[in-house]
Design a binder for this molecule. Structure first.
Ligand code: ADP
Length: 482
């Protein structure tokens, strides 16, 4: 099967979160299974810095706008583990400081940026090779599915090519003013509640849900959750209407990147067979956070997260006073909303002996925290898939999570301690604190803890099984469009 991925992120080139990890790992696995995969990504400033002067595949792809045309280039990003990368080069849209936003808000022309990208990918594939299926991701590329079934409706090359949309996070929908219909040359009759309109805005994600042949999301529980008002963010009815074509596939982990036995970013290697290295990683982490005098009995609690309301950062702040009465230190890495950045920096200032925070995006430090912590916190309000808890398991770092989305599907707490982590239900910081306390009780019992670590590390969340599930969805979508 020939599959084209169109996405706004792909590790290691452009990453803000889990989307990038999925768009990097799933294609690699599909290639190993014998499929042909090409990934299209915007040529952001950050990508251009990392890989300048790439060969040009297409010198000029025309993307029409109401009173002018844009002309973008397609660059050959080479072959990475059998996956062909293509970059869409439009400097006026993508040669910017960030991918989506400045600290003061989203780029005002995001509809034009990602609309251009979607159309450029369609046009490019018509020259480079039309696939058997397009796999699009989140609102940024959802419009590709909309365009296929509207302005490209009569294109004989594309008529039978389906699109599958993966929703990595229904909290981000890409909503723009009505005039966006005209900007992107979409027919006004699609600006209805059944199609693209939502609360008088053009909603890109909604368009993708309506027009894709199949929709997937990154865990089974989240696939159910988003069909309810609590998690659907207004799109629950639209999603319920597509329930027959909606599938939950739990993300895998890319163990070529996230495995303490081979991880190049950590101080020492370790595995189920030889655990010793974890102590060295712990020492290294404590050194990096200037907590050198921390004894073995003290639990090192780690957090790596986007700082956003979604991630339940306020639960952590809520329990801080009570949590710090325990024998713990807290090391946190993250960035995002300024409000949470400031809140956590304040916490670190208030409790200098027990709390440290690094406000930045730092992949190496993320690996060090996974490896060097004893316990990992993920009290997310909602969590479509979540990758850090899956990485934590592999690193023998026991997760404490809120039972939602992919956290619910991957973390199992058992009263007799035979699970792989700890979890709490409800929006309740007391319940969160109790779950952390249960983890600390287990931590103090060395035998119980080691057994739990080994059990967690032995679990296999590799991409092979989810990739097979994706192929089943692809095959069904292709079949249905014949
Ligand atoms: P989300 O996509 O909602 O942010 P996931 O758990 O699915 O959450 O994926 C998060 C990914 O981003 C993980 O690979 C995690 O290590 C990484 N990450 C998040 N914040 C940072 C940060 N500040 N520095 C480095 N990596 C980070």
């Amino acid at each position: 099967m020939h599959i084209v991925f169109a996405a706004s992120e792909c590790a290691p080139w452009a990453k803000t979160g889990g989307l990038a990890d999925v768009v990097s790992a799933l294609p690699k696995t599909l290639v190993k299974m014998g499929h042909k995969v090409q990934v299209y990504l915007p040529y952001y400033r950050q990508v251009a810095k990392a890989v300048p002067d790439l060969p040009v595949v297409l010198h000029s792809v025309t993307v029409p706008f109401p009173s002018y045309n844009r002309f973008v280039r397609v660059l050959d990003g080479g072959d990475a583990d059998g996956v062909q990368m293509y970059f869409v080069d439009a400097p006026e849209l993508f040669d910017r400081e960030s991918f989506y936003a400045t600290p003061s808000g989203d780029y005002p022309d995001n509809a034009e940026r990602f609309g251009t990208f979607c159309r450029a990918v369609i046009e490019a594939t018509k020259v480079i090779g039309v696939p058997d299926l397009y796999h699009v991701h989140d609102w940024q590329t959802a419009m590709l599915a909309v365009m296929l079934r509207s302005i490209y409706y009569f294109d004989p090359m594309l008529r039978h090519v389906p699109a599958v949309l993966t929703i990595h996070n229904a909290g981000y929908q890409g909503t723009f003013p009505p005039r966006t219909m005209e900007t992107l040359l979409l027919p006004w009759d699609m600006f209805t509640f059944e199609k693209l309109e939502q609360y008088d805005k053009v909603n890109f994600l909604k368009g993708g849900i309506v027009y894709s042949d199949a929709i997937t999301t990154v865990s089974r529980t989240y696939a159910e959750e988003i069909q309810t008002a609590e998690f659907g963010n207004g799109l629950e009815d639209t999603l319920r209407r597509r329930a027959g074509d909606l599938f939950g596939i739990l993300n895998g982990a890319d163990y070529s990147e996230w495995d303490p036995a081979i991880d190049p970013h950590i101080a020492a290697h370790y595995s189920v067979k030889k655990l010793d290295g974890k102590k060295e990683c712990r020492r290294d982490l404590l050194h990096a956070f200037r907590f050198e005098n921390t004894g073995e009995e003290t639990a090192v609690i780690g957090l790596v997260s986007r700082f956003a309301t979604q991630k339940g950062i306020d639960f952590i702040v809520d329990i801080m006073d009570r949590l710090l009465k325990e024998d713990v230190v807290l090391v946190m890495l993250g960035n995002g909303e300024e409000y949470y950045e400031r809140l956590l920096v304040e916490m670190a200032e208030r409790y200098p002996d027990k709390v440290r925070v690094q406000v930045k995006f730092d992949n190496v430090m993320a690996h060090k925290i996974e490896a060097g912590s004893d316990i990992f916190l993920m009290p997310s309000r909602y969590e479509p898939g979540g990758l850090n808890q899956i990485y934590s398991l592999k690193y023998g770092t026991i997760p404490v999570v809120r039972a939602t989305g992919g956290l619910q599907d991957s973390i199992d707490e058992q009263p007799d301690g035979s699970g792989n982590g700890f979890k709490f239900w409800g929006y309740d910081s007391n319940a969160f604190l109790e779950a952390v306390q249960r983890a600390l009780t287990a931590f103090r019992d060395k035998k119980v803890w080691k057994a739990m670590m080994l059990r967690a590390m032995s679990q296999d969340f590799s991409w092979e099984k989810p990739a097979e599930e994706y192929v089943q969805v692809y095959e069904r979508a292709i079949q249905n469009r014949l």
